[in-house]
Design a protein. Structure first.
Length: 344
């Protein structure tokens, strides 16, 4: 009797499956033919978890028909602390997983965020949040909680540190330039950096007290070697371009624009590099190789020429004498070379 009853039951199930378009070959049935494709976790679910007691007809297709407490089908249901909602499950969830739900905030009234984002129904304001009575959507967006954009409208100037104290909001870093000035003296509400520091009242020559490479950008390792203060060449409005340091040496002569600092300061120091040190600090110290003896006759007959040493300063007139005793001047050249001429 038992065997006959079992055979009869299987026959009934097969007939029911056929009436719904089910294939009668075990494991080969294409559920898509029923108009309800199996996706996500549904693919791994046992048939009888939905088709209870072998009943195929009338199996519900809506999420809430199964995923609600008290239904005949055993399934995961909406928890008691779920956000109050009238939308169907599939508006936020999918069949792969209930986690990572995407809630549509369309039609949610502005300023009503805390009705759900209260720390119970949904994630709310953390304990270390900036003290504020403003609505969540004043700073946060429904697309992402972070980054937040805080409106500083109405915040009194000079009160930045009441929030920017390192706890409620980012504050002054440990390596910040030592100052008692308010944050908004240098920083802006639109962006923390770049900052603009007012050097008004800073004593000349004291730049390195802050520009030491720790508190603020200092002299780089490739900097021109000098003991001068930063403001001897740099301006507070911009670090670059830098203006040349003042030439204090009485031997310095202004040169044409084609001569750069490195033309003389070849060793990257304050001291000029003399190509012909024996003639420093005169012009020949750099230009001895450009001296042309034939152009500088001292006596025509017998032919005697001036030496570099005699005309090392390249200034004054050159006299041509009548004889080798150099007592009588035959003629003199009134011209002289100038450092700004750009050539000799």
């Amino acid at each position: 009797m038992t065997r006959a009853f079992l055979m009869l039951t299987l026959a009934c199930l097969a007939a029911a499956a056929a009436s719904l378009g089910h294939a009668q070959v075990p494991g080969k049935f294409d559920h898509l033919r029923t108009g309800f494709p199996l996706t996500g976790a549904h693919q791994a679910a046992r048939c009888d978890s939905c088709h209870v007691r072998g009943i195929f007809k009338g199996t519900p297709r809506q999420c809430a028909s199964c995923h609600t407490a008290g239904r005949r089908i055993a399934s995961v249901v909406m928890p008691a602390n779920h956000i109050p909602v009238t939308q169907p499950c599939e508006s936020c969830h999918n069949t792969s997983t209930f986690a990572g739900a995407r809630f549509s905030h369309v039609a949610i009234a502005a300023g009503s965020c805390a009705s759900c984002h209260n720390g119970s129904s949904a994630k709310g304001k953390p304990a270390n949040h900036v003290v504020t009575t403003a609505s969540c959507d004043s700073c946060h967006r429904t697309t992402a909680w972070l980054p937040a954009a805080f409106s500083h409208t109405g915040v009194a100037p000079g009160t930045c540190a009441s929030c920017h104290n390192g706890t409620s909001a980012r504050g002054k870093t440990a390596n910040h330039v030592a100052t008692t000035a308010s944050c908004d003296t240098c920083h802006r509400t639109t962006a923390w950096l770049p900052a603009t520091f007012s050097h008004t009242g800073v004593a000349p020559g004291t730049c390195a007290t802050c520009h030491n490479g720790t508190s603020a950008t200092g002299k780089p390792t490739t900097h021109f070697v000098t003991t001068r203060a930063c403001d001897a060449c740099h301006a507070t409005s911009a670090w670059l371009p830098a203006r040349p340091y003042t030439h204090l040496s009485p031997f310095y002569k202004p040169h044409n624009s084609g001569v750069t600092c490195a033309s003389c300061h070849k060793s990257n120091t304050e001291m000029a590099t003399w190509t012909f040190a024996a003639y420093k600090p005169d012009c020949a110290g750099c230009h001895a190789s450009r001296f042309k003896p034939d152009a500088h006759k001292k006596v025509d007959s017998p032919k005697i020429l001036y030496t570099v040493s005699e005309l090392k300063d390249c200034s004054g007139s050159c006299h041509t004498y009548t004889n080798s005793t150099f007592t009588t001047t035959l003629k003199s050249r009134s011209g002289k070379h100038r450092s700004t001429d750009g050539g000799f």
